[in-house]
Ligand binder design. Structure first.
Ligand code: BG6
Length: 487
């Protein structure tokens, strides 16, 4: 697990992402002994800090974002000593002399340029890195989402970054792919012979993919209001999950084999356009309500009353137009300020063909469901129908076979960024999005945004702390199905 010596340069080094996710993940890798002694982390921002000032800042924050049982003074001191800060106004004209000097001290180290800054700066940063001659064969660039806000802007960013870095050096992060339970989707499907013969329209009735959050938009309201749930969650995380569920078996676990198969799924998504969009999608926006018993403001109140049609909730019905999945709907839903935090994939199998049990009609035999709980309480549950013990007639009950990660594995589940940052240093982009995937995902998403805009309708209001707009329930119930809800 040891990683080669590297310089990790974080643009946006005092930002939310660096502090909440990147530095804690690097600390944890360091604590596990994976960072080389020569590895340095160079934060770039406009903050006007020297190394000591930056170390103090991070020392004050780190423990808030690292699990309590991983706090340890020796590891923290070693980690803080790796940190450096360089003040740069990315949009300014100054040559990056200090960065050039710092990086020239370690010419053989792997160079990772992590762009945790606004996407409009991705192109300019790459251009500047190139002018400063900081990019070599051993360099990689990491792009945080969102990669653009539509297909054209995504292409423009990809062009600008591609003018400086080869595709194999570009790592577009979708942190969902680094989650242990998401990686496990590949293992569940392709290391068990049991499921694959059933993994198609012959045995599967429908699939649900849910990412439900209790948090609101918080300090990110400014960004979020230009984005909304479809761009923020569906275009990337939910479609990536759909790809992992729907793709054909790759011939091996490598960068191109896996990503080629995911791309085929994105290309097979039946386009949702025009009037179909209003039938197959629901968008919502949270109003004031109670979350975990606490009163919370509505989305518009958080914008100080500014009018906004930005959706904080989306539910939609997608279809993958190929032989395996013909006629099997994929229901996707995500939202903020909902009643529970849960991300899961639910695969519902077909009902039994015929009931042999006296007095029990076919429709009272609950179909099998495979529930893959991605977070929290990571688990895989296969809901089976069993006989309730008792001397009388046959009574049936659906009960889950339950594989709980916490009960099965003693080790801590690493955060997605711990895994993904390691892959960047190693130069393995399998769990990152390739240019064509990002663009195919935008191609499918864009007409939905356009149809919403043209319809002149507003997102449906839902009270914070509920399961979203009632129209989302109607969306699936219209097809005679129900959303999976369990704690
Ligand atoms: C991010 C979105 O990509 O994912 C956020 O921008 C969202 O709005 C977050 O809250 C959810 O990630 P996780 O790992 O908490 O499910």
């Amino acid at each position: 697990n040891s990683l080669a010596p590297c310089d990790i340069v974080v643009f946006g080094g005092t930002g939310d992402l660096a502090i909440r996710k990147l530095l804690p993940a690097l600390y944890l890798r360091d604590r596990d002994g994976h960072l080389d002694d020569a590895t340095r982390i160079v934060a770039v921002s406009r903050a006007g800090l020297d190394d000591a000032g930056y170390r103090d800042k991070i020392a004050a924050e780190l423990r808030g974002f690292v699990p309590e049982d991983c706090h340890d003074t020796t590891s923290e001191e070693r980690f803080l000593a790796r940190l450096h800060h360089i003040t740069i106004d990315i949009a300014g004209q100054d040559p990056w002399l200090e960065l050039i000097t710092r990086l020239s001290e370690a010419p053989d180290s792997v160079r990772v340029f992590y762009l945790a800054c606004a996407p409009r700066l991705f192109g300019p940063v790459c251009q500047k890195l190139s002018e400063a001659r900081l990019v070599n064969e051993q360099s990689r660039v990491v792009l945080e989402k969102p990669i653009g806000h539509d297909l054209a802007s995504a292409r423009a960013i990809n062009d600008d970054v591609g003018a400086v870095f080869a595709e194999k050096q570009i790592f577009r992060i979708d942190h969902y792919l680094g989650k242990e339970t998401v990686q496990n989707l590949l293992v569940l499907r392709f290391a068990n012979a049991l499921l694959e013969p059933l993994w198609n329209s012959g045995a599967i009735d429908h699939v649900q993919i849910t990412a439900s959050e209790t948090v609101g938009t918080g300090s990110r309201a400014g960004y979020y209001d230009t984005s909304g749930a479809l761009r923020d969650m569906v275009q990337n995380h939910l479609l990536q999950l759909l790809c992992l569920v729907a793709m054909e078996p790759p011939t091996r676990l490598d960068r191109d084999a896996v990503r080629d198969e995911k791309l085929k799924v994105l290309q097979a998504l039946r386009p949702l356009e025009g009037p179909d969009v209003l039938r197959a999608t629901v968008r919502g926006q949270y109003a004031p309500g109670l979350v975990d018993g606490e009163p919370v403001a509505g989305y518009l109140d958080e914008l100080d009353g500014k009018p906004s049609n930005t959706e904080t909730f989306v539910a939609l019905k997608a279809e993958v137009g190929n032989w395996r999945w013909a006629g099997v709907p994929f229901y996707l839903r995500t939202g903020k300020r909902l009643e529970r935090r849960a991300s899961e994939v639910v695969v519902q199998f077909n009902p039994v063909a015929h009931s042999i049990f006296p007095g029990i009609a076919d429709e009272f035999i609950a179909p099998n469901r495979l529930v893959i709980r991605l977070q929290p309480d990571e688990a895989i549950r296969l809901h089976l129908v069993t006989k309730e013990p008792g001397p009388g007639g046959v009574r049936l009950r659906q009960v889950p076979l339950n594989l709980s990660f916490a009960e099965t594995f003693e080790s801590r589940l690493p955060d997605a960024y711990e895994r993904l940052l390691g892959d960047v240093v190693r130069g393995d982009p399998t769990l990152f999005m390739r240019r064509d995937e990002v663009e195919a995902a935008w191609q499918w998403t864009e007409p939905i945004l356009a149809a919403w805009e043209q319809s002149g309708t507003r997102p449906k209001r839902y009270a914070a702390g509920t399961s979203g707009p009632t129209a989302a329930t109607a969306l699936i119930e219209r097809d005679g199905r129900t959303w999976h809800e369990e704690d």
